[in-house]
Design a protein around this ligand. Structure first.
Ligand SMILES: [Zn+2]
Length: 152
């Protein structure tokens, strides 16, 4: 980032805030940028933690529902209802966890290094590994394995 700023004869903060900032405002703007970034990182960490909690609760809830449906004596209709309920719980839990994860932080394009938040449909469709996801970059239009970055 620094060499780029040298070439453009601007400061790092001008680059980050997307506008030239006069020296008087510089300190204030710099603090603002710093605060925004820290706040954003905090929120993203919280979202990621919520995502994990959400996933764990879903697994526990679904497992206990399945155990209850399998081992406890009850009429067939109640058993079917319970299984349907556990499937619905799993779907809702996975959906909520995915929504939280998609919005926690950014994905980094492997081609142009742009950071972006994918749309929900892009995110759900994408083939994934633990830390990367196949997404189309909105900046350069190419798709690739984008790295998930919680903080920046
Ligand atoms: Zn790109």
């Amino acid at each position: 980032m620094l060499p780029l700023c040298d070439v453009l004869h601007i400061t790092v903060n001008d680059l980050l805030s997307g506008a030239r900032v006069s020296p008087i405002n510089y300190q204030k703007k710099a603090e603002e940028n710093m605060m925004n970034l820290m706040q954003e990182n905090e929120e993203n960490k919280k979202r990621m933690a919520l995502c994990v909690i959400c996933g764990v609760i879903t697994i526990i809830a679904v497992c206990s529902l399945v155990v209850i449906a399998s081992y406890i004596e009850m009429p067939t209709i109640a058993r079917i209802a319970l299984i349907a309920f556990s499937v619905a719980t799993a779907a809702a839990g996975i959906g909520a966890a995915a929504a939280l994860e998609a919005k926690a932080g950014h994905f980094e394009c492997p081609h142009c290094k742009a950071l972006f938040v994918p749309t929900m449909s892009e995110y759900v469709k994408g083939y994934r590994t633990f830390t990367k996801r196949k997404l189309r970059c909105p900046e350069c239009g190419r798709s690739g394995m984008c790295k998930h970055r919680i903080i920046r």
